[in-house]
Design a protein around this ligand. Structure first.
Ligand code: AMP
Ligand code: MG
Length: 415
């Protein structure tokens, strides 16, 4: 059977970069920049004051001391941010100036308001100031013609701010992937419907939709489709037309009513793999259909989420041009012994926490592929390789973090 590493490789090999689109600045957050941003201006665009204080000529303060203060006459006109003056500063005078206001001609330093004594219309200065003091130079942050953001960068809030200061109301980014979710199963009903004997509520299309949105892509929740060839085929055909990636849940195992595999292949999709040597998620299937990519995810609620995390999420991020497509991983010590069957790699839902200097990983409970509770409690998924049956407390395992590390030891399950 295919190893999880090889399966991931096969999936990622099918990734292609989605096209760029032009979006309004605020809609670009979290997306990949598809152009190089070159500044057409200096930032700041003019020399300005870094403080609330007094714009002066530094030469005027030469020789100033506590015993022999320099006195400058404060001009009547003051300089708030957003205003310019026609006047230039003459020797012996000072302008009162606010943070961000342009430095007037003639001035070459700003004395903070806290550092002077004001008497009548004069300030008393008790030490010399060097030229340039408390002045933010035109272009000190960005020069006209400079590359400010490189193509391929993920757009974070600070980048949004930079783009705004450059006057960019629109920006070219790699578009979001559209991902369809089809839940198959005769036993499924939607949230609002009444449970009848033998039926369960569809949770997979909801958890998957949330995972797709969390990955920054656009989910299209097709909903529930009964285990009937024709209905499954229709849902698939429509999803393939509208989306880049199609996820089905359920119906890819070896049961009599597991129809998904047959129907996807009837449509002409090319099977890349079926079955991966992992627990949960063994029946995972993956096809290509022209440029479109199709995952047959297993029906069990944890298997479905795990397969998304491990295979679909990195693919989506790669197609959206993201530099870092994997969740962070850490090495953590097992908080208790773990026993596995050695035929497949076991992916264990864990809570990772810091106790002192050490990261510990403890199981969040029963690990059945359908037990969503232990997924909900987990902040990580530990890889337990199939090389041996018994893993001892304290042995280090690799954990993929799906949420933050728990920093409050009292909240950790006990070892
Ligand atoms: P299957 O792979 O279709 O045999 O489904 C495996 C298990 O997952 C069965 O117990 C199903 O009832 C359950 N299951 C399948 N689809 C869903 C779903 N959308 N939501 C919750 N459980 C599901
Ligand atoms: Mg089923």
């Amino acid at each position: 059977m295919l190893s999880p590493e090889r399966a991931l490789q096969i999936v990622l090999d099918q990734a292609y970069l989605l096209e760029p689109v032009e979006l309004r600045l605020l809609d670009s957050r979290g997306m990949t920049l598809a152009e190089e941003i070159v500044s057409d201006m200096d930032i700041p665009p003019f020399d300005n004051s870094a403080m609330d204080g007094f714009a002066i000529r530094s030469l005027d303060t030469l020789g100033a001391s506590l015993h022999n203060p320099v006195r400058l006459k404060v001009l009547e006109e003051d300089l708030p941010a957003g205003h310019t003056t026609q006047k230039s500063l003459m020797p012996g005078y000072a302008f009162q100036i606010m943070t961000g206001a342009p430095i007037p001609a003639g001035a070459d330093a700003v004395i903070p308001v806290e550092d002077v004594e004001m008497r009548n219309e004069e300030i008393w200065i008790s030490r010399p100031y060097k030229t340039h003091t408390n002045i933010r130079d035109r272009g000190e942050e960005v020069w006209a013609g400079e590359v400010v953001l490189t193509q391929g960068k993920t757009i974070y809030p600070a980048d949004i701010g930079l783009l705004a200061s450059l006057g960019r109301s629109k920006v070219a980014v790699i578009r979001k992937a559209k991902v369809a979710v089809i839940a198959t199963g005769d036993e499924l009903i939607d949230i609002e419907e009444n449970l009848q004997p033998g039926l369960i509520r569809d949770s997979n299309s909801y958890s998957l939709t949330a995972q797709i949105a969390e990955a920054g892509a656009i989910p299209q929740r097709v909903g529930i489709v009964a285990d009937q060839r024709e209905l499954v085929r229709q849902a698939l055909e429509r999803s393939l037309m509208e989306c880049d990636i199609v996820l089905t849940s359920g119906g890819v195992s070896v049961g009599k009513y597991d129809l998904v595999k047959g129907v996807v292949e009837e449509l002409g999709a090319e099977l890349k793999f079926w079955k991966v040597s992992q627990k949960p998620g063994k029946p995972l299937a993956f096809w290509t259909y022209g440029q479109k990519l199709v995952f047959g995810l297993p029906g069990n609620p944890v298997a479905v989420m795990f397969c998304f995390e491990r295979y679909v999420r990195p693919l989506i991020l790669k197609m959206m041009g993201r530099g870092e497509i994997f969740r962070p991983t850490v090495k953590a010590a097992l908080a208790h012994d773990v026993k596995i069957k050695t035929e497949r790699t076991q992916f264990m839902r864990v809570m990772v926490g810091r106790k002192g200097e050490v990261l510990w990983a403890s199981s969040t409970g029963a690990q059945g592929s359908g037990i969503l509770r232990s997924m909900s409690l987990a902040n990580g998924i530990a890889t337990i390789p199939p090389q041996k049956e018994i893993w001892k407390q304290g042995e280090l395992v690799e954990v993929m973090l799906i949420r933050e590390i728990e920093e409050r030891p009292e909240r950790l399950p006990s070892a």
